[in-house]
Design a protein around this ligand. Structure first.
Ligand code: 2HA
Ligand code: ZN
Length: 273
């Protein structure tokens, strides 16, 4: 079967990266069944032939109006699809959509009429915001990292930047590679507009957002970048939990040691160390 990826190496590379990350999410145990979703703004790879491709779905409402994504194209994981299947067959477990001129609806154009993720309102709201700020970020990843979700069950960690500070202090790399830390969204129904709106508020300040008792949503320049930020934060969460399971509260790096990392790596000092 012909694919939109045929003879389009840059677009194929972007979708291959999504498939690679989908495999990592499964291997890490963060993507049970159909858990998690990924969307990537692929508009930069769209040529005239793609622009003229007919819709292969009905016109589907987004549920909200997003003026900055007008005419944009996104690769989206399919709703109900498994990450482990997407890793091998990205175009059978995801699809490419075109946002219509009303900025409130979309059509699927390739390869198959696979309905996009249930978290589409949240993903597209973030892309809309990113475009409005002139950001170069193209990818959004939602997944269920075990240790971070476990930590989100303790209200003591959910105050502003409380978890950020603990995680940064576990290993210097966390501060260096997740320099904005992570925002927190109180529990809200998966797929709801409430969850989308609360996430959007946090994405204004953070690249990575913890959904209480559910998962993580991250944005990045590309899908690897978004994945890496989640990975380093979850590594820090794992170190914290391993220390606790050995029976002690980990010391954490001192404020002084963390400030030194911020200075040496020229990291943005948007959060207190
Ligand atoms: O797509 O993870 O939050 C499945 C989910 C919804
Ligand atoms: Zn989820």
């Amino acid at each position: 079967m012909n694919s939109i990826l045929d003879s389009r190496p840059a677009l194929k590379a972007a979708v291959d990266d999504v498939a690679e990350v989908a495999g990592y999410l499964w291997q890490k145990g963060w993507a049970e069944r159909n858990g998690g979703n990924i969307t990537v703004n692929i508009t930069e790879h769209v040529d005239d032939a793609i622009r003229h491709m007919p819709a292969i779905s009905e016109v589907i409402p987004i549920g909200t109006t997003l003026p900055h994504i007008k005419g944009c194209y996104f690769y989206c994981k399919g709703t109900g699809k498994r990450m482990r299947d997407m890793a091998r067959w990205p175009m059978q477990n995801g699809s490419i959509i075109r946002i219509l001129d009303d900025c409130a609806s979309y059509v699927i154009i390739a390869d198959q009429p696979v309905m996009p993720t249930s978290e589409l309102p949240s993903h597209l709201s973030m892309h809309d915001y990113l475009i409005s700020t002139g950001s170069k970020y193209k990818a959004s990843v939602h997944t269920h990292p075990i240790e971070l979700v476990a930590m989100s069950h303790n209200p003591a960690f959910l105050g502003k930047d409380v978890l950020t500070r603990i995680l940064w202090s576990m290993i210097p790399e966390t501060l260096a590679f997740a320099p904005l830390g992570l925002g927190v969204v109180p529990y809200a129904l998966p797929g709801s507009v409430k969850l989308a709106e609360a996430t959007l508020e946090q994405i204004k300040d953070y690249d990575v957002v913890l959904w209480e008792k559910h998962g993580i949503t991250a944005v990045g320049q590309d899908v690897m970048d978004a994945f890496d930020q989640i990975d380093v934060l979850n590594k820090a969460a794992t170190i914290y939990l391993r220390a606790k399971s050995m029976g002690f509260e980990p010391d954490g790096m001192t404020d002084e040691a963390m400030k030194e990392v911020q200075d040496v790596f020229h990291l943005p000092k948007t959060r207190p160390c």
